[in-house]
Design a binder for this molecule. Sequence first.
Ligand SMILES: Cc1cc2nc3c(=O)[nH]c(=O)nc-3n(C[C@H](O)[C@H](O)[C@H](O)COP(=O)(O)O)c2cc1C
Length: 209
Amino acid sequence: MPMDPDHAILFEPVGIGPHTLRNRFYQVPHCSGFGTEKPWTQAAHRGVKAEGGWAAVCTEYAPLAPDSDEAPLIAARFWDRDDMRALRLMTDRVHEHGSLAGLELHHSGNHAPNRVTRWPALAPSQTASDLEPDIVAKEMELRDIRRVQDDWVDAAVRGRDCGFDIVYVYGGHSYLPMQFLSPSTTSEPTPTAALWRTAPGSGWRRSSA
Ligand SMILES: Cc1cc2nc3c(=O)[nH]c(=O)nc-3n(C[C@H](O)[C@H](O)[C@H](O)COP(=O)(O)O)c2cc1C
């Protein structure tokens, strides 16, 4: 059956930074349940997509440092060289089929369960997660902010060294980058906190009191 000429553009290459996508079919980041826990299955899953024709194939969200520990959920954890070894299987399989590999670097901020590391969750202010019950983040000090900035840079460099062609900053869904941009998690009071004000020396009380 001849191709509808309107669809021809889908099969044309397109540049992305210094790379070229061989067509316009792009597998956006999505969870697989494999993460870094099942590296061979992850590699086979993403590899078969590349084999099937997707010009770019991405991981799921990839927590970049131990204060963004998603356990017990499964993510493409990307903390260290062991994780690089695990995800290298994926980038090799994707490249074998001429596709680009994408890594979605991620930091949960005040949503991080941290059930394995037991580290405190971090956020621009001491806020409770509106996604995960029972998590209240430590307010980041300047040195925490600097360290997490360095963690992002280190992870991006490791991503490149692991063979990824595309490295994301996961900026949506109220995760850490968004928490720095949102009045509800920066120095402005949250909608709930707006109902409550600290009167000097008298603790918390309703603002209308
Ligand atoms: C099971 C599942 C897991 C997903 N995991 C992620 C994820 O880890 N990161 C992300 O940015 N989006 C994730 N998404 C959203 C998808 O990437 C995608 O945006 C969504 O399925 C809508 O598809 P569309 O953008 O092609 O319309 C997930 C979606 C589903 C259904």
